[in-house]
Design a protein around this ligand. Structure first.
Ligand SMILES: Nc1ncnc2c1ncn2[C@@H]1O[C@H](COP(=O)(O)OP(=O)(O)OP(=O)(O)O)[C@@H](O)[C@H]1O
Length: 280
């Protein structure tokens, strides 16, 4: 189990993570979502032990990860960090890179088998700088599969990935979960959250806007709709508002409703303050 206790992080005077709390069980996949600059990568970098939080604690089972250097080192061995920004050795081709990491991790896994699994087997003779963003992400996944990690930190690029990489990522996240790994998954894709994630940490300006199960999120917010309507005073002018079911009923009596749709995940996170106010 991973427990985050009041994690706060500052870069100089700027607070980029503020009192993050929560616990995640083994085998759970947590979607880390939020707008650009909301602190997602900083949270992953703390979990990867690349940076130490300014204050607060990370516990793995009951061990305080940053208390002693040996705790940090032992935790780091369990973690795999996957990102298109992951570092590879530029002078070596993909098969040599994989061989290098296989040696570092003292892995007995088969490089070709793993390369096939993430569809980079036809790229093994290329250098990393010749890869597309998606191919780099798949190479990073291959490296993570060489390591017997228990905690997977997966940072998906904001600009999105190609369809093939998306499918590979999705399948592997499911596989990591089945093996009992804990996965923190920075994703920008609602379908991926629905399909593979158990919990959601939604960040906004470094603060947690929502932390809970995917089911809980929908149970909380399913009663809200985005409603587009026309007001009698200005025919032809469209107005869109977030409404709960009672407001929708009232609006239906007074306005011509043009369309109604459920809120998307991103909208929920971005306007959750307003929604919380209504729910309270
Ligand atoms: N090394 C750093 N030094 C100073 N400020 C930083 C540093 N790294 C990140 N920041 C700032 O911290 C804030 C959070 O950044 P972070 O990269 O964690 O956000 P993010 O949610 O991952 O964003 P994105 O989706 O754009 O990757 C941003 O305002 C960013 O500019």
């Amino acid at each position: 189990m991973i427990k985050l206790e009041n994690i706060t992080h500052k870069f100089r005077e700027k607070t980029v993570l503020k009192e993050i709390n929560g616990s995640i069980d083994d085998g759970e996949v947590v979607a880390v979502i939020g707008e650009n600059g909301s602190g997602k990568s900083t949270l992953l970098n703390i979990l990867a032990t690349f940076i130490k939080p300014t204050s607060g604690k990370v516990f793995y089972n009951s061990t305080d990860v940053f208390e002693k250097q040996e705790n940090t080192k032992r935790f780091r061995e369990l973690v795999s960090y996957i990102s298109e920004k992951s570092t590879f050795i530029p002078e070596l081709d993909l098969s040599e890179n994989l061989l290098y990491f296989k040696t570092v991790f003292k892995s007995s896994k088969d490089i070709l088998e793993i390369a096939k699994r993430v569809s980079i087997d036809d790229l093994l003779g290329k250098k990393p700088d010749k890869l597309s963003k998606g191919q780099r992400q798949r190479l990073a996944l291959a490296v993570s599969m060489l390591k017997d990690a228990k905690i997977i930190l997966l940072d998906e690029p904001a600009e999105g990935l190609d369809v093939e990489t998306k499918q590979v990522v999705k399948d592997l996240v499911k596989e990591f979960k089945e093996k009992g790994c804990t996965v923190f998954y920075v994703t920008h894709d609602e379908d991926e959250v629905e399909e593979v994630c158990d919990k959601i940490i939604a960040l906004k300006d470094g603060k947690v806007k929502f932390f809970g199960s995917v089911d809980e999120l929908w149970r909380t917010y399913e009663k809200f709709y985005s409603v587009t309507f026309e007001i009698p005073e200005s025919p032809g002018k469209k107005v869109t508002r977030i409404m709960n079911i009672d407001e929708l009923k009232t609006a239906q009596e007074s306005f011509r409703i043009l369309h109604i749709r459920n809120l998307g995940l991103r909208e929920i996170i971005n306007i959750s303050e307003g929604l919380n106010g209504r729910i309270g």
